[in-house]
Design a protein around this ligand. Structure first.
Ligand code: ASP
Length: 429
């Protein structure tokens, strides 16, 4: 059934309308209704949860099958080159992102003059920084099926890569029997991956309704506070997100002679999905689809760089950490010197790598950044009160972080594909 096939029946008006337009309408209607109705709009939450569950349902099967196929169809040397390139890009943009966060926060000074008292009734917990080497070792899954079933992306990526390379080896073997079974296995995974793409397409048909519900609930609960006392911190964070998306990524695209508007046109479904689901991992199915179908990225590259990016590349989260660290220190009347600001840059990059691509992860990892400059959260302290304030609007901040995170993954993937001369330029003309 092609996209062009006109559907007939009771819901034909729905299915025949342009998908993106439907999603946009869902987004706007949801925001408006949420603000009008207020917190009681939460009754429609299940409609949003259906979309989130559907996306989550498909993520791990999609990552596994497409990555196995990707790794099996690429030379290990090429894979290494792609890995190095994307890693450099991810690190560089994350460091830029925290710096932007600190910059906008220094300009707008959110939280200054709040003078929170120490009697505030809020609790938090200190977070001990995991050892770098332990984090690295944990990428190797002790039990690949366990990693797969509990949705751990990095260990699954690791196993899928090794498994895919294994398939490539026996597929190219001199031994006819081995070559044949390698080919069979490749076809099985290739077929399974194609089925996952079809399911993603079906899930997207439901997206407008899910988007509507998700956004309505957030605006119903938190819309007012974003315009109220926490307006400045929301504004500052969003100034950072916009600078990163329009400025940093824009410059990267332009330097590489890639159309700015073409990018947004091709990537907007994924951007909107990221915004409303607040989950880079959950958005992966849409991100992959947009990159492959709209912007000419080959699956063998995106199947590797996008799941990796959804796990380790969090530019929006890095910006948020810069802004919120300054918000909290301002709110409690603490001055940060240059060394402390540099420490924030370094730890925020690490903390953003460590943040999972799920809703709210960044807010937990912020504690690690605060720890690095000697701030721990004790129940009843002023710092805890400031932290509680931003936690109160975390959904709104998380929407901006996640759209930035996902956009960064997409731009990186496009740049690496172009660098590898694998980008289908017909999609950009
Ligand atoms: N929700 C973000 C994401 O999935 C992570 C975060 O909380 O910062 O990308």
């Amino acid at each position: 059934m092609s996209d062009q096939t006109k559907k007939k029946g009771l819901f034909s008006w729905y299915f025949n309308a342009n998908l993106l337009l439907r999603i946009l309408i869902g987004l706007i209607l949801g925001a408006v209704l949420g603000i009008i109705v207020g917190p009681s709009i939460a009754v429609i939450q299940p409609l949003g949860s259906i979309l989130v569950n559907l996306l989550k349902m498909i993520v791990m099967p999609l990552v596994l099958t497409s990555l196995v196929v990707g790794a099996a169809s690429i030379l290990p040397k090429e894979l290494g080159k792609i890995g190095v390139r994307i890693f450099i890009y991810y690190m560089l943009t994350s460091a830029l992102a925290v710096s932007i966060g600190l910059l906008v926060a220094n300009v707008f000074s959110p939280g200054a003059g709040l003078q929170l008292s120490a009697s505030a009734d809020a609790a938090g917990k200190a977070l001990t920084q995991p050892k770098f080497i332990d984090t690295l070792i944990a990428i190797i899954p002790k039990n690949p099926f366990g990693a797969l079933s509990s949705g751990q992306v990095l260990p699954t990526i690791f196993f899928a890569l090794v498994f895919g390379i294994g398939i490539a080896v026996i597929r190219n073997s001199e031994d006819e029997r081995l070559a044949k079974s390698g080919e069979t296995l490749f076809n099985v995974f290739d077929g399974a991956a194609e089925v996952m793409y079809v399911i993603v397409k079906w899930i997207l048909e439901y997206a407008p309704i899910g988007v509507f519900a998700l956004i309505a609930v957030v605006f119903g609960k938190q819309g007012a506070s974003a315009f109220g006392s926490l307006g400045l911190v929301t504004l500052t964070a969003y100034a950072g997100f916009i600078l990163q998306i329009a400025g940093v990524y824009g410059v990267f695209l332009i330097i590489n002679k890639l159309g700015y508007l073409k990018f947004f046109k091709g990537a907007r479904e994924a951007m909107i999905t990221a915004f409303v689901t607040r989950s880079s991992s959950g958005t992966l199915p849409v991100t992959m689809r947009n990159m492959n179908e709209n912007l000419g990225v080959p699956k063998k590259i995106s199947s590797f760089t996008l799941p990796l990016g959804a796990t380790i590349n969090m530019d929006g989260t890095a910006i948020y950490m810069g802004v919120c660290a300054l918000f909290i220190t301002n709110a409690v009347g603490m001055d940060l010197n240059m060394t402390q600001q540099l420490t924030i840059i370094l730890t925020a990059v690490l903390a953003s790598i460590g943040s999972a691509g799920i809703p709210g992860a960044g807010a937990i990892m912020l504690l690690m950044v605060l720890n690095s400059i000697g701030i721990t959260i004790e129940a009843g302290s002023a710092v805890a009160a400031a932290y509680a304030m931003i936690l109160g609007i975390d959904a709104l901040l998380d929407m901006g972080r996640t759209i930035t995170n996902v956009t960064g993954d997409m731009v990186g993937t496009i740049l690496v594909s172009k660098g590898e001369k694998e980008l289908d330029m017909d999609k950009w003309s």
